[in-house]
Design a protein around this ligand. Structure first.
Ligand SMILES: O=C[C@H](O)COP(=O)(O)O
Length: 264
């Protein structure tokens, strides 16, 4: 069926760019996209800065009435309380945050986040009105063993426990093969399509076809302006979660403008 899903290009800055640098980067990104007459209704553009940048980004977006949106890279499973160092989804909502990455492979690897915690964070985000970008994907040894589809779908199943079809329809899922993150090793467009389609099929099995057709599935892992168009040509890929290449506003603008290549 014809898709009505709006593509999303989300730039995950990871632990890069302080709040001064964030302001400059967002300004440059916005100017570059404006010069190119970017249609944000056709391709949505989001940045996911560190927590400490969010207030500065909010101020700039509000003051300049920018059409790009922003998100956070993680969130607490709790609303408030004695959770030192954690950030409430309610605080993020107050800062005008749209998206929040949940279950990124770096959180799973370095902070030992398991599927139950990822599920709790998806729920806390939704309860605060945030849109989770739920990250799933396999490490290299799992890919080599040919287990990448069941591994990724098990992560998906775990993250969706207890969610309604309506909640899932509004989610963004990002398939990120761990071996392709920050390595320059991009999955082929066919690899991306295989898993993005498998994720959509699985959501159809767990819920219904309308939910599967509505959910946006992104690919992430060494996306650049030079490879984004071939990945986006695949029918089940609805956008990209971009790490390193999103730190350069001109490069990220080119990625967002993959359909036109009018920037630069
Ligand atoms: O969240 C983004 C992904 O981890 C991809 O990062 P990368 O584009 O630097 O490979």
């Amino acid at each position: 069926m014809a898709t009505t899903r709006t593509p999303l290009m989300a730039g995950n800055w990871k632990m890069n760019l302080d709040h001064h640098q964030a302001t400059h980067t967002v300004q440059k990104l916005a100017w570059t996209l404006k010069d190119a007459k970017h249609d944000f209704g056709a391709v949505e553009v989001a940045v996911l800065p560190p927590f400490t940048d969010l207030r500065s980004v909010q101020t700039l977006v509000d003051a300049d009435k920018l059409e790009l949106v922003y998100g956070a890279q993680d969130v607490s499973a709790h609303e408030s309380g004695a959770y030192t160092g954690e950030i409430s989804p309610l605080f993020l909502a107050k800062l005008g945050v749209t998206y929040v990455a949940v279950g990124h492979s770096e959180r799973r690897e370095y902070h030992h986040e398991d599927d139950a915690l990822v599920n709790a964070k998806v729920k806390s985000s939704l309860a605060a009105g945030l849109v989770p970008i739920l990250c799933v994907g396999e490490p290299l040894e799992v890919r080599k063993a040919g287990e990448h589809v069941p591994h990724t779908l098990a992560q998906l199943d775990g993250a969706l426990v207890g969610l309604s079809a309506e909640q899932v329809a509004g989610l963004v899922v990002a398939y990120e093969p761990v071996w392709a993150i920050g390595t320059g090793e991009t999955a082929t467009p066919e690899d991306a399509q295989e898993l993005c389609a498998a994720i959509r099929v699985r959501i159809g099995e767990l819920y219904d076809q309308a939910t599967a057709d509505a959910v946006r599935v992104l690919y992430g892992g060494s996306v650049k302006s030079s490879n984004v168009a071939s990945i986006m040509a695949k029918p089940d890929v609805d956008g990209a979660l971009v790490g390193g290449a999103s730190l350069d506003p001109e490069e990220f603008a080119k990625i967002a403008r993959y359909q036109s290549h009018q920037v630069g």
